[in-house]
Design a protein around this ligand. Structure first.
Ligand code: SF4
Ligand code: SF4
Length: 430
């Protein structure tokens, strides 16, 4: 609950005082925070941002444009949650802070309204999004790696380079893949918004990997965007609407799990219980649904069993923040890579630090996003990896951008694509 003295404009969705008061100002989160590491400013750290929120909650500070900018610079990567010994639910706090800023923005009100329109009326509307994705898909067919490498100036090369190539046709609700033999279980697959339209091959690879383990994959009709981008932008009302739609579409008992191969979407869906906790009609359904959500790597690890795989390559796995910090999944993807015969996995020091993609962050905060991307590029170049693998569409595109911008000469693959490739190679060599 928020106090009655607070300056929050939307009391119903204000950050809870109980959440804010868990911060004991120890500062252990500071060096985990990518924005603090770049600017060195206390107010660009988790502790500083919580202090600002607490001051507004106590009625001693107004949400001025300066205050909003410190909050806006937050990537919502949640590395601070992993580092925090007091269990401060920073992700939840920041979503509620953003809901306040969205209600009465002091800075960039027009930009914020446009962003909300785009999220509600393009990203969350499958037909509109499909039309919008036509151009990037066409461009992806024309832009070979060699053509991208020759583009000038650098920003154009980066923009063109980040369009996912080789992803084929979209995968939308209605898609299904059954295993060749007996069906061990059936799972629902979230096709998502951007993921389904421009990462079709990731979905097909996901389904093939699961089919080799006798799992049938079904992308049911009625599902849609998970609402993560809306929640991060503070549009909690719309995020709740999308959450209900997905629960109704995929909660059926015929599914052993709801498999998600986008870390941001998976984290949001695992937190539908939190998002809908105050809704008496939906709270129990949301809790049951969230308990069934599994990240791709988490589910494959749970299934166990050995499927032969081989690939002679050097690969670096870069954690997606919403897998490592929101879902706390770090070992399963690495173990899956380590099981591939011939695959040398190279660990980089900053693997679990945010790449700067962070949903719409690269559009909203291009300078900080670019700085974080370049830091990753340096680390990847030093690793000598041939393949960069990750588990989130935004990160995937950020690494493609880094490759094009810094001439890294690496291939960027989703973890599912890499495992599928290695398993297919083992099949053909038998
Ligand atoms: S979410 Fe990430 S960027 Fe934001 S305060 Fe926490 S560590 Fe820093
Ligand atoms: S680590 Fe946790 S308790 Fe300590 S300053 Fe950061 S958010 Fe607050």
């Amino acid at each position: 609950m928020a106090s009655e003295h607070s300056h929050w404009p939307l009391l119903a969705d204000a950050p809870a005082d109980e959440d804010l008061s868990r911060c004991v100002h120890c500062g252990l989160c500071l060096t985990a925070c990518p924005t603090y590491l770049v600017t060195g400013k206390e107010m660009d750290s988790p502790r500083g941002r919580i202090y600002l929120a607490r001051s507004v909650a106590e009625g001693t500070l107004l949400t001025t444009p300066t205050v909003e900018r410190h909050w806006d610079l937050c990537l919502q990567c949640r590395a601070c949650e992993t580092a925090c010994p007091s269990g401060v639910p920073y992700g939840r706090i920041m979503e509620h802070v953003r809901a306040q800023v969205a209600e009465a923005p002091q800075s960039d009100p027009v930009v914020r309204r446009v962003r909300r329109l785009v999220l509600r009326h393009i990203v969350a509307r499958p037909r509109v999004l499909a039309a919008a994705a036509l151009l990037p898909r066409k461009l992806a067919g024309l832009l070979t790696r060699e053509r991208v490498a020759k583009l000038k100036p650098k920003p154009l090369r980066r923009l063109a380079g980040q369009i996912p190539r080789g992803q084929g046709a979209p995968v939308r609700p209605g898609f299904e893949l059954r295993p060749a033999g007996q069906e061990r279980a059936r799972v629902a697959l979230l096709t998502g918004c951007i993921m389904g339209e421009v990462f079709g091959e990731v979905h097909r690879a996901t389904a093939r990997v699961l089919a080799r383990r006798s799992i049938a994959v079904e992308a049911v009709e009625g599902q849609g965007c998970c609402g993560a981008l809306h929640a991060h932008d503070g549009d909690l009302a719309y995020a709740r609407k999308l959450a209900k739609k997905n629960i109704a579409a995929m909660e059926s008992d015929r599914f052993a799990a709801v498999v998600v191969n986008s870390a941001g979407c998976g984290a949001a869906m695992k937190e539908y219980d939190d998002l809908l906790a105050a809704d008496p009609k939906w709270a129990a359904r949301a809790a049951a649904f969230s308990a069934k959500v599994r990240d791709f790597s988490e589910y494959v690890a749970e299934l166990g069993g050995e499927v032969p795989s081989q690939l002679e390559t050097r690969v670096t796995y870069q954690d997606a923040c919403h897998l490592a910090h929101a879902q706390r999944i770090t070992t399963q993807p690495r173990a899956l890579l380590d099981a591939i015969t011939g695959c040398q996995r190279i660990e980089t020091a900053g693997a679990d630090r945010c790449c700067g993609a962070a949903g719409l962050y690269s559009v909203n905060q291009p300078a900080m996003s670019g700085e974080l991307r370049q830091r990753k590029a340096v680390e990847i170049a030093a690793s000598g990896a041939q393949i960069v693998t990750t588990a989130n569409p935004g990160c995937h595109m950020q690494y493609l951008a880094a490759d094009a911008e810094s001439h890294l000469d690496v291939e960027v693959l989703h973890l599912a694509e890499l495992i599928d490739r290695a398993e297919a190679a083992a099949e053909t060599s038998r």
